[in-house]
Design a protein around this ligand. Structure first.
Ligand SMILES: [Zn+2]
Ligand SMILES: [Zn+2]
Length: 138
């Protein structure tokens, strides 16, 4: 597949089938200049053109993604999301293990984020301080 234009945003298929969509970078030829018509001043014109262009780019990307995702079954997509969710959880746990200090990071429920079972601190709010409920080593 040819390389995308510099500045493109690449969207990969979550099923990892190899498909991707490159949303082209903004360029003057692709701007919605007609949206500027009727603007009171230059700043309104700029804002109208950029909003209309962003909307059009977003709907073109959405259409490409929707058309591609329709080639997959719902089971493909759910399986891919499950796999990603499992990987995120494994990475979160691995990170907690290697940086854990004295906190005892646990999942209160399988869906919940990691929380220290001693002090109740959520792992996402932890900035490296040791667990306050752990006695200092003698
Ligand atoms: Zn795909
Ligand atoms: Zn703690």
């Amino acid at each position: 597949m040819p390389d995308a234009a510099p500045g493109s945003s690449r969207f990969l298929c979550p099923v990892r089938c190899g498909w991707h969509h490159d949303a082209p970078p903004l360029n003057p030829a692709a701007m919605e200049w007609s949206a500027a018509e009727g603007s009171a001043d230059i700043s309104e014109a700029i804002s109208r053109v950029s909003q209309a262009t962003a909307r059009r780019t977003a709907s073109a990307t959405e259409a490409a993604l929707t058309a591609h995702l329709d080639t997959h079954t719902t089971i493909d997509l759910v399986t891919a999301l499950e796999r990603l969710h499992g990987q995120v959880q494994q990475l979160t746990e691995a990170l907690a293990d290697t940086t854990g200090t004295d906190h005892d990071w646990r999942h209160a429920t399988p869906e919940a984020g990691l929380t220290c079972s001693r002090c109740g601190l959520a792992h996402k709010f932890w900035s490296g301080e040791p667990c306050p409920t752990t006695d200092s080593p003698a």
